[in-house]
Ligand binder design. Structure first.
Ligand SMILES: Cc1cc2nc3c(=O)[nH]c(=O)nc-3n(C[C@H](O)[C@H](O)[C@H](O)COP(=O)(O)OP(=O)(O)OC[C@H]3O[C@@H](n4cnc5c(N)ncnc54)[C@H](O)[C@@H]3O)c2cc1C
Length: 385
């Protein structure tokens, strides 16, 4: 298993249940930790939350061996992996779940002047930039890219400015090439997200194509937007170990005879012919099918037989949930709503995930920070964790 994010962890856990005791499962990850990435933007405002969304992989697996190493290359046909420490790994069946990296589309200046948001140190850098550049005199925070991470990042900056008493002095601008925020989502979700952002005072610059970034400004086709802090959440590309390419796969998620790909590293057209959005939700939902297909490959190899039928996966989602600062937007089926109800749903989803993959301490902090202390049961509120 290559990568210990949502897809890698979930497939590993399924395989731990399914594979015979004699089969070795190795989980390679360069950090050795599982990061609850869909809450990463929260750490811009609440740096202490970083500990709660980082869980050592060792604590989450039962029989897999966790190997902390960076994958530099792989040969999916031969089943070999090259590691940065000069080690190599051979496998009978493998899953590439290395996630994605931030795409800058070769736009000049992005790499030099903008900060992406994929890891905890990115969030820490953005927070530092905020306090260095706009606190206490005010200024402009620009977030480029209004997908899941960009919307939520803009929301955090707006709340942070408010919290610092700078709501009137800091302008948060969300720039998006498409004509709308959350462009891959249904219209009612987009409209509600737009309203939530506007209510927080975020300026929306949609239909704006960035052509260059300088130390002071984002240059767009229709003018320049000055920035003091610049977050780049403008899209995803494949990991370097895959030459920066997300791997095109069909509904069986198979890259080669013995290798599967899951999560953001895969660009999947599912069994319904739909392109699957890069998201934690899709990574988690594909994992059972990937695990079952891995099991089939191993069973066939053991029996010296052909693999035969592989399971085809279709992405079915009950809906989407995002935070916009202290507000949240939820889409459940055709319904879209925001405010307390959406926030409670978002928090319970986060809680379920953390309770399963983190700890009670993490779960309680999520409630504290997302909903306020009054929602924590009194008997737990005063406990020291
Ligand atoms: C701020 C933010 C907010 C988001 N909000 C949402 C949301 O609300 N809902 C949603 O569904 N999605 C959301 N997403 C997207 C979601 O986090 C990703 O789609 C998801 O993390 C993809 O899961 P994954 O398992 O493919 O990759 P990841 O979770 O990124 O895991 C990849 C793992 O591979 C490891 N790795 C990477 N490269 C190497 C290497 N070369 N060698 C060894 N190990 C390596 C990493 O350390 C990591 O542990 C958000 C993303 C961000 C950044």
């Amino acid at each position: 298993m290559l990568g210990g994010g949502y897809a890698g962890l979930m497939v590993t856990r399924k395989l731990e249940e399914r594979l015979p005791p004699g089969d070795d499962i190795v989980l390679v990850d360069e950090t050795g930790d599982h990061l609850v990435q869909h809450e990463l933007h929260r750490t811009i405002r609440y740096p202490g939350f970083a500990d709660d969304i980082t869980v050592p992989l060792d604590e989450l697996v039962t029989r897999a061996t966790v190997r902390e190493a960076t994958v530099t290359d792989l040969d999916p046909d031969a089943g070999t992996v090259a590691l940065a420490d000069d080690g190599t790994l051979d496998y009978d069946a493998g899953v590439v779940a290395l996630g994605s990296q931030t795409a800058d589309y070769g736009i000049p200046g992005v790499a030099e002047h903008a900060t992406p948001l994929k890891r905890l140190d990115h969030a820490a850098e953005l927070r530092r930039d905020f306090f260095d550049a706009v606190d206490p005199d005010g200024g402009t925070v620009v977030v480029v890219g209004a997908g899941l991470s960009g919307v939520q990042t803009a929301g955090e900056f707006a709340e942070l400015a408010d919290h610092e008493g700078l709501a009137d002095d800091v302008e948060v601008v969300l720039v998006e090439r498409a004509e709308t925020v959350a462009p891959s989502f249904p219209e009612n979700f987009r409209a509600t997200t737009r309203n939530a952002l506007r209510d927080l005072g975020v300026r929306l610059e949609t239909g704006t194509e960035v052509t260059e970034v300088t130390a002071d400004a984002v240059v767009a086709d229709d003018g320049e937007i000055p920035h003091d802090v610049l977050a780049w959440t403008g899209g995803v590309r494949g990991p370097d170990a895959l030459d920066g390419e997300r791997q095109d796969v069909r509904a069986d998620l198979r890259l080669s005879e013995r290798t599967f790909v899951a999560g953001d590293a895969a660009d999947v057209v599912d069994a319904d012919g739909e392109r699957v959005p890069a998201s934690a939700q899709a990574a988690v939902r594909a994992s059972p099918a990937v695990a079952r297909n891995v099991e089939r490959v191993l069973d066939a190899a053991r029996a010296d037989d052909s693999v035969g039928h592989l399971e085809k996966w279709a992405f079915e989602t009950p809906g989407w949930l995002i935070s916009v600062g202290d507000d949240a937007v939820a889409q459940l089926g055709p319904e879209v709503f925001r405010g307390t109800a959406a926030n409670v749903i978002k928090t319970s989803v986060g809680l379920t995930y953390l309770a399963e993959h983190g700890s009670l301490r993490d779960a309680i902090r999520v409630v504290r920070e997302e909903l306020g202390d009054d929602r924590v049961l009194p008997e737990l509120r005063d406990r020291e964790f």
